[in-house]
Each structure stands twice: as structure tokens, then as C-alpha cells.
Design a protein around this ligand. Structure first.
Ligand SMILES: *Cc1c(COP(=O)(O)O)cnc(C)c1O
Length: 352
């Protein structure tokens, strides 16, 4: 059996949720869109069922997967509705759609449902991706408030740069949100992980914790209170010894400077390990730091074995307890969000 495994530590997930909820105060959604950032949405939802105040996913398909698995807490659909025939299922399964533009608002006002819904009305407070402009927000709010299809409105917005605390953008977005909400009574939600961790002024009725829930800080510096949930690991299944001056792998991008023992490991970009994290990316071999050498290929990759005790069967952690997914993402020129979501073809092992 190929030894590539993603170990998912559900106790760490629960710990991180409790930490984030205590930081934010009030209610907190666990954001488990994109299969819980690659961790398994059903398993994560069950592990958080007695702690979370609700869940957030991207779309109705993700929500129905959770409902079919017996998840009963509220579920927010962060992208809202794509086709108006989704409202029947939204009503049946008590889902909470975001309404982020005029087309979605009109679809809701035209839909035929018996039980009024909770909707999350999104404001574009500066990110300019989705949401009503601040000057149009109160009008949208009052139209929804008057609609028979609507029971409750939660006001929301999303931050563009809360992971860059010194740039001033988040303060600007908070001010724009508060100004645009004037005259609109009710609960509000602003903070993603970075807002929860770094912007107390953005703590409102509902936090929305994503990345940090999985133990990774979105901020430039790590947060010692967060514990990694996924450990992505494999084993050495081949060893060769090369003299100085030999090249290895596709493109010969690595050349040995000294006699070198090389371990072949079972992971590649087809598993979601980023190809751009080739030469020099950090790994941990039997608990000791080492690195990838040569180019990551589709199914296999090479590592440097620094220790005579390391060989076939040695454990190689790609990220997790010893190697931060943020460090791997940095070498690959991306963010840990992306590399976590990309994990595939591995065996998932859930631990309490
Ligand atoms: C994904 C998402 C979140 C979670 O963001 P993190 O940075 O992962 O905490 C929160 N709110 C919305 C609207 C999102 O799309």
C-alpha cells in the first residue's frame, strides 16, 4: 500500500475552534467549505458539532453533503444561490444563503417558499469582489426586511487584507461597513480568521473561522495557540548514494556538492504537493529537519538523508507538527490555503 497519508487530528481542530471562539466572543461559524480546506468536511463537522454555532460552505452542494451526513447545525452558503430552484432545498434543509448582489436579491424576492429564511446580506466594504456597495446597502436591507420570504437578516462583509495588519485597509473597511449599516438593525459578521486574531473592532455577533481552525495562522507570524490539524506524511521507499557532482531528477536542477544519500519518497504534485516547492523545501525525516532536492515529480520526490539511520521505511513529514504548511507554501510562492485544499490521492486517517 502506498504510504501517503493525511492524518487529521480532530482534537486539535476542537482546540483551535475553542481558542478562536474565545478570541472572537459571541457566536462563531466553522468555515468548512472546499471539503474543510481539504481536511474532510463531514468528519470536521461531526467533530465540531457540540462546539460550533454553525458552519459555512461555499454552495448548496457542499451543504447537502453535510445534511445527508446528519449535520443539523445552521449552514451558511457563502456564495449564495446560483439558480433559483435551489430555494426549495434551502427551505427544506434550513440553509442560510448569503445575498450578495441584485440578481440574487431579486431571485429571493421572487421565490415561492412557505417558511421564511435567515439570510446573510453582504456588503462590499472595499474588497470589490462581492456584496452591495455601502450606499446601496440599506435599501437592499429594507427590501429584504419587508419580504415574506425573509425571517432574519445578518449583516456581513469580508476583509481583503486583514492578514496584513499594518496597511490600514481593515480599519477602512470596518468604518465603511458601520456607515453603510446605519439604520439597519440586527446581527452582524465581519471577521475571517485574521479578523478574529487581530482586529477586536471587527468582532461582532458572528465570527467566521477558516484557515486558523486548521491550525495555520493567516498572519505573517505564527500563533502558538494554534495547533496543526493535518499532518501530511509518507515514507522513504528507495535509497541511492551519489558521489559529488551528480545531478538528479527532471531538469537536473540539483547537483550534489558532496557524497549524498538520497531518499525516494511517495508523494508528488498529483497528490497536491506543490511542484514549485522543489529544491530546498523543508521536510522532516524521522523527526529531523531535511529538505527536498531536485524537482517534485508527479508521483515521486527525492529528499536528502542526513543521517545513517534514515533509509527505506523512514517517515517523512511534508507538513504538520514539525513543518508548517505556511513554510512549504512560502517556497512554492502560494498560501497554505491552496496547498491544504489540493491534497488528494492520500489515505485520510482521523484521530480524536
Ligand atoms: C473563506 C471565507 C472565510 C474564512 O476565511 P479564513 O481566512 O480562512 O478564515 C470567511 N468568510 C468568507 C466570506 C469566506 O469566503
Amino acid at each position: 500500500m502506498r504510504p501517503l497519508e493525511a492524518h487529521i487530528n480532530l482534537a486539535n481542530l476542537r482546540h483551535n475552534f475553542q481558542y478562536l471562539k474565545s478570541k472572537h466572543g459571541n457566536k462563531t461559524l466553522a468555515v468548512i467549505k472546499a471539503n474543510a480546506y481539504g481536511h474532510g468536511s463531514v468528519q470536521c463537522a461531526h467533530a465540531l458539532a457540540d462546539l460550533a454555532d454553525g458552519f459555512a460552505v461555499a454552495c448548496i452542494e457542499e451543504a447537502l453533503t453535510l445534511r445527508e451526513a446528519g449535520v443539523t447545525l445552521p449552514i451558511v452558503l457563502l456564495e449564495g444561490v446560483f439558480e433559483n430552484d435551489e430555494y426549495a432545498l434551502i427551505e427544506q434543509h434550513d440553509l442560510w444563503p448569503v445575498v450578495q448582489n441584485e440578481a440574487q436579491l431579486q431571485g429571493l424576492l421572487a421565490c415561492n417558499i412557505q417558511k421564511p429564511l435567515t439570510v446573510w446580506l453582504k456588503m462590499d466594504s472595499g474588497m470589490h469582489r462581492a456584496g452591495f456597495f455601502p450606499q446601496d446597502y440599506a435599501d437592499a436591507f429594507h427590501r429584504l426586511q419587508a419580504a415574506p420570504q425573509v425571517a432574519k437578516i445578518v449583516k456581513m462583509t469580508h476583509f481583503a487584507r486583514a492578514d496584513e495588519p499594518s496597511v490600514g485597509m481593515t480599519e477602512m473597511q470596518i468604518a465603511a461597513f458601520d456607515a453603510g449599516c446605519e439604520g439597519c438593525e440586527g446581527e452582524a459578521s465581519m471577521s475571517n480568521s485574521a479578523g478574529i486574531l487581530d482586529f477586536p473592532a471587527a468582532h461582532r455577533d458572528w465570527g467566521r473561522a477558516g484557515l486558523a481552525l486548521y491550525g495555520l495562522s493567516p498572519m505573517p507570524e505564527a500563533d502558538a495557540n494554534l495547533k496543526p490539524v493535518m499532518t501530511f506524511k509518507t515514507k522513504v521507499f528507495g535509497v541511492r548514494e551519489l558521489a559529488a557532482g551528480e545531478v538528479i531528477g527532471y531538469g537536473s536542477i540539483f547537483k550534489t556538492e558532496k557524497p549524498t544519500r538520497i531518499g525516494l519518497i511517495a508523494v508528488g504534485y498529483a497528490d497536491g504537493y506543490p511542484r514549485l516547492a522543489s529544491n530546498d523545501s523543508p521536510v522532516s525525516i524521522d523527526g529531523k529537519p531535511s529538505r527536498i532536492i531536485g524537482r517534485v515529480s508527479m508521483d515521486m520526490t527525492m529528499v536528502e538523508l542526513n543521517d545513517a539511520a534514515q533509509g527505506i521505511g523512514s517517515d517523512v513529514e511534508l507538513w504538520g507538527e514539525n513543518v508548517s504548511a505556511n513554510a512549504v507554501a512560502a517556497v512554492a510562492g502560494t498560501i497554505s490555503y491552496e496547498i491544504l485544499c489540493n491534497v488528494k490521492r492520500a489515505r485520510f486517517v482521523y484521530q480524536d
